[in-house]
Design a protein around this ligand. Structure first.
Ligand code: AMP
Length: 423
């Protein structure tokens, strides 16, 4: 019986994984330069954590969580990284040790969505959370860091959209203004939006349904009704971005699907067309009330999550997997053990070495060394080993030399060094 991976969940095989590693190392370097440290939290959390933070009426919590029950406890595979990180921050009383905390994470997230290109049931996010700074300078710094990160990854066709949701008062005021616009148009809304109208009208701004899009046309903008402090926060964020020369557009329709946001919101999407409809690369914003609502300190927070699969789809093709410098081909019998020793010696000297211990003919081993684009092939035959020597085939220069085992490392280093100098 053959098994398939679970629907919407993918294997990442060698050959492909190098691109992941390239992303991960660039991400780590970039955020660590800005003072972030890595946090690793469990993939399983209490279901209630996501109900309380992500929000009970969000699509993620209502429809997309992978849930399980164990010893009467209701658990969920994390659909996003922010709640687990906030829980860990509160549980560890981290605020008692430092006034400002910068954390980052990388890892798998789970949402039972309909899979398509760029949308999976297990996907991966890289994200940052900044606790203890109410912005707006920190907000601008985070957005600018992300623009720089994408540029370093070679992703330059992007759209940066920002908005402010204000605080509780601004949002209450805006809710009324929006309802004033939408109520007379209720009949034109999609069924889903009509059901949402009274409990969460802001969500309708996010809808992709053409009926809802038509109905929100001409709706008042939240930016026009922000309370003075919210408006000032947003103005200072914009002027910091302007001072940095960071490109952005205002998008008063940007609300994002989660409950916990306030004030600053941002979303980056790819404009290259290569991602089709799933072109959102990352999203984030401020969630100043979350830590307190999880029983923690009353500290402001801001964060983002980026979809690694989508970043990789948007990233230009890079170099294929690095080729081994040396291919070690023992020709059966005792030679296999000598092969193990030689390969170990080369690797300890930092030389990328592939050992083929399967035996087989010299022809087939050389074919394999060629296919891997190895630079040198060491042929270890029993009669040569009895004499204490090895044949070195330089696959690029089409030359063959016999070298004493004791001088092998120095010879390989010299040859590889010479070739490097030539390229
Ligand atoms: P969200 O938490 O929904 O704002 O998602 C943040 C980012 O994660 C998005 O901008 C996407 O890049 C990525 N993302 C969200 N859901 C998925 C998914 N099902 N498959 C792949 N990437 C996703």
């Amino acid at each position: 019986m053959q098994f398939r991976a679970v629907k919407g969940m993918n294997d990442i095989l060698p050959g492909e994984v190098e691109r992941w590693q390239r992303f991960e190392s660039t991400f780590r370097r970039t955020v660590e330069l800005c003072g972030y440290s890595e946090v690793r939290t469990p993939v399983l959390e209490s279901r209630e954590l996501f109900v309380r933070s992500t929000g009970e009426t969000t699509e993620i919590v209502e429809k997309q969580m992978f849930e399980l029950e164990r010893s009467g406890e209701r658990l969920a595979l994390r659909p996003e990284g922010t709640p687990g990180s906030a829980r860990a921050f509160v549980a560890g009383s981290v605020h008692a040790r430092e006034p400002v905390t910068r954390w980052y994470y990388l890892g798998p997230m789970f949402r039972a969505e309909q899979p398509q290109r760029g949308r999976y049931r297990q996907f991966h996010q890289a994200g940052c959370e900044l606790y203890g700074d109410k912005g707006p300078v920190a907000d601008a710094e985070m957005i600018d860091m992300l623009v720089g990160l994408l540029a370093e990854l070679g992703i330059d066709q992007i759209d940066v959209r920002i908005n402010s949701l204000g605080g509780t008062e601004s949002r209450a005021k805006y809710r009324e203004a929006l309802l004033g616009h939408l109520r007379p148009r209720a009949a034109e809304l999609s069924d889903h939006a009509r059901r949402r109208l009274e409990d969460n009208p802001l969500r309708i701004l996010d809808s992709k349904d053409p009926r809802d899009r038509a109905a929100v046309e001409g709706a008042p903008s939240i930016l026009d009704v922000l309370e003075p402090e919210d408006s000032e926060h947003f103005g200072r964020l914009r002027s910091a971005l302007d001072a940095l020369g960071t490109p952005y557009q205002l998008d008063p329709g940007l609300v994002r699907g989660l409950d916990y946001y306030n004030r600053t919101l941002f979303e980056f999407s790819s404009t290259s067309g290569s991602l089709g409809t799933q072109n959102a690369l990352l999203g984030g914003g401020r969630y100043d009330g979350m830590l307190k609502s999880l029983g923690g300190p009353d500290l402001p927070s801001i964060g983002f999550g980026m979809g690694i699969e989508r970043i990789l789809l948007a990233m230009p093709e890079t170099q294929p997997a690095p080729a081994p410098s040396v291919f070690v081909a023992p020709m059966g019998g005792q030679a296999a053990e000598a092969g193990l020793r030689v390969a170990r010696e080369l690797r300890r000297a930092g030389i990328r070495t592939e050992l083929d211990g399967r035996g087989g003919s010299l022809k087939s081993l050389l074919r394999r060394a060629d296919a891997l684009h190895a630079k040198l092939c060491l042929v270890l035959g029993e009669s040569e080993l009895a004499r204490g020597v090895v044949q070195i085939k330089d696959l690029a220069a089409h030359q063959q030399t016999e070298v004493a085992l004791g001088e092998l490392l120095a010879h390989v280093q010299a040859t590889l060094g010479r070739e490097e100098a030539l390229h």
